[in-house]
Design a protein around this ligand. Structure first.
Ligand code: ADP
Length: 667
């Protein structure tokens, strides 16, 4: 491609120098000639454009050469000026060249013109490039000096700094002269030549072009600061240099330390929390065992079989029974919440008949409401499909909480459970939702407290509510968590003095939601022990008791005592052992027909005892019933059932189930 050049002709008329212009057009350049003949506008024209060349015709009568050169001189860039003419005197030419004219071409020797133009343009390009580079270098130099990064050049032979920007000088506290006298060991804290060499050796060996590493720099005053440094090899003429860019990473190091400290703290907290949860689980297991047993013993006493207790004493027993029951409920609530928080809650999908929910609520709560002179009604409206797929026990738990709260916080009027299809705007994309609305005409809840009462341990007016009505402030928190786990929610509308309406929304089918929550680790979908009657029902004292002998192995003596009493109604002989050792001792001396085995024993794990019994020819045919408070995963239960005859979950409601299971084995 031809190089474009712009040439200004200062000449008599536009038609002058046609021959010259023609020649230029035939050259290697693409020439844009511009003719200028008026002296007045010359100055403007010279400054208006960055001409590549000016050709001045000395035959032009009013040519003012010195004026032209003056203007060119004042410009920041170079523009060559060549003279053409029919004739020029030597002294005039010398003067002109001394004043800045580049060359002269005689009109009768036009062949010379092209080489002159080519030479001038070549020189001009070189000059302009050089000027451009110099300007650029000046700018870069300024940027380097002011860069917030430390920039430096080092001689790779002696690791001495030969250039440092202002930032590096400022950070180190040295002047340029001082710094250039120093070597690497004066600038690096805990300097170790092998260490430094190891880092830059790959550059020397040509294996890598650059390397990045961190070290502590040493300032003039002896203090240090951490830097990250990037070094690469650069060529300057014939020698190689190391070019470095580094920056102070004190902030990052400080931040990293803080983050590490926080992480450490979080780890400690998590560990503490784990220990606490573990401790809590163990303690509550113990407490529940004891509470279950005292409840059982109290119940046995309340029966007054020997008719030796008076009415007062029976009332005391009733109080003991109720108090223990409340503590047990509280314990269960706290455990429930911690299980939900730990993602360990177990849920099961049941097919629930909505009309059953209604009937059950009326059966349970009518008498309680009646005692407070309140009415309790339950209604079912617009429900086409009577079946709800959800966790039956959890649904009951939430409704129980909402209805008993409603009764608790209502002095006059009524409490109502209304079950309706949820409004379509609340409906989720997948399937219908059912709304369980619990209305009351009670004390109501002030606006500002409404969003707080779903938080754990919060009651509406703080401690005054607690004193007036009792309770722990856990029920609603648990209920909301359960509703969310089942894919639903609980909302509240309330007006102080006019009552409240708590609405539990549930999808008519929670299966997708439960599967999703299980995937996220928020719950476990498990089969749970069958629903038990909430109260311990006592068997009639059998006249023809089972003649079998049962060995009861449990580390809690109070539990053994209570269960022995309970089983004693139907079974002839019940022997207790509080450890595996004691159990083996009994087995050596007695013929036993069935063994009830707890999973936690002081001297052995229940599983070990089971293995030992089943591998012993003398005992392997004795049925073993695992009776444990440990909540077992389905897989664990299946594993146990390979050797045990039955697994019964230990709780206050499972005594009867245990008894039935034993009787099936020995009856
Ligand atoms: P608690 O065991 O204290 O009843 P909840 O979590 O069930 O715990 O309830 C938290 C608080 O919400 C209660 O202490 C009470 O102040 C308020 N509350 C719950 N239900 C009602 C209601 N139906 N009417 C008025 N206040 C209520």
């Amino acid at each position: 491609m031809k190089d474009f050049i712009s040439i200004l002709f200062i000449e008599e008329t536009e038609q002058s120098n046609q021959e010259v212009k023609l020649r230029l057009e035939q050259s290697d350049f693409s020439v844009i000639p511009f003719s200028q003949n008026s002296v007045e506008s010359l100055g403007v024209l010279l400054q208006a454009h960055k001409w590549d060349l000016i050709i001045a015709d000395i035959d032009k009568e009013d040519l003012d050469l010195s004026y032209t050169l003056d203007i060119l001189d004042q410009q920041e860039f170079i523009t060559p000026l060549v003279l053409i003419g029919s004739e020029i005197k030597n002294d005039v030419l010398y003067d002109a060249m001394a004043a800045g004219v580049q060359d002269y071409v005689a009109k009768d020797n036009p062949d010379r013109l092209l080489p002159v133009v080519a030479k001038e343009i070549r020189n001009l390009r070189k000059q302009r490039k050089y000027t451009q580079t110099a300007t650029k270098n000046q700018i870069f130099d300024r940027i380097l000096k002011k860069s917030t990064n430390e920039v430096f050049l080092m001689d790779p032979m002696n690791l001495k700094v030969i250039y440092a920007n202002d930032t590096l000088l400022d950070n180190l506290g040295y002047t340029e002269e001082e710094l250039y006298d120093l070597s690497a060991k004066d600038l690096i804290a805990s300097y170790d030549i092998r260490n430094v060499f190891e880092k830059i050796a790959p550059l020397y060996r040509g294996e890598e072009n650059s390397t990045t590493f961190q070290f502590d720099r040493k300032r003039k005053d002896g203090s240090t600061y951490p830097v990250e440094i990037h070094v690469e090899v650069t060529q300057e003429d014939t020698r190689q240099l190391l070019m470095g860019i580094s920056f102070d990473i004190s902030r990052q190091v400080e931040d990293a330390k803080i983050i590490e400290k926080q992480k450490q703290k979080t780890r400690e907290l998590e560990l503490n929390n784990k220990y606490k949860s573990q401790f809590f689980a163990n303690v509550s297991h113990e407490m529940r065992t004891i509470l279950n047993s005292t409840l059982l013993l109290t119940n046995i006493l309340k029966e007054n079989r020997y008719e030796n207790l008076n009415d007062d004493q029976l009332e005391y027993l009733q109080t003991i029974y109720h108090s223990n029951n409340s503590v047990l409920e509280l314990l269960n609530e706290v455990l429930d919440l911690s299980k939900i928080e730990a993602g360990k809650i177990e849920v099961r999908l049941d097919e629930v008949e909505i009309s059953d929910v209604c009937e059950r609520a009326e059966r349970l709560f009518k008498p309680i409401a009646w005692e407070k002179n309140l009415s309790f009604e339950c209604s079912l409206n617009g429900i086409a499909n009577n079946i709800l797929k959800t966790d039956r026990l959890r649904l009951d738990q939430v409704l129980n909480n909402l209805i008993s709260n409603a009764i608790k916080f209502t002095e006059h009027g009524s409490v109502r459970l209304e079950i309706v299809k949820a409004n379509s705007d609340r409906a989720k994309q997948n399937g219908d939702r059912i709304a369980f609305k619990v209305h009351d005409t009670g004390i109501g809840i002030p606006d500002e407290r409404q969003k707080h009462i779903f938080k754990s341990y919060v009651q509406a007016e703080g401690s005054s509510t607690e004193k007036r009505f009792g309770g722990t402030g856990l029920g609603l928190a648990i209920s909301k968590e359960i509703a969310n786990l089942l894919g639903g929610d609980i909302t509240l509308e309330s007006e102080p003095g006019n009552g409240s309406c708590f609405t539990l929304f549930l999808p008519s089918d929670s299966s997708d939601e439960l599967a999703q929550q299980a995937k996220k680790g928020k719950l476990r979908i498990e089969s749970k022990p069958d629903v038990e009657s909430p109260l311990v029902e006592f068997p009639e004292l059998e006249t023809d008791k089972s003649q079998g002998t049962v060995l009861l192995v449990d580390d809690s003596s109070i539990h053994n005592m209570a269960l022995k009493e309970f089983l004693g109604f139907s079974i002839n002989k019940c022997i207790t052992a509080e450890s595996a050792g004691e159990a083996y001792e009994v087995l050596r001396q007695e013929i036993v027909d069935c063994i009830i085995l707890d999973m936690y024993l002081p001297d052995a794990d229940g599983k070990e005892v089971l293995d030992k019994l089943k591998s012993n020819g003398n005992y392997k045919n004795i049925p073993v019933i695992i009776y444990s408070g440990k909540s077992l995963a389905k897989s664990e239960e299946e594993e146990l059932l390979k050797k045990a005859d039955a697994v019964v979950q230990k709780n206050v409601n499972s005594y009867r189930k245990l008894l039935e299971t034993v009787l099936e084995r020995i009856g």
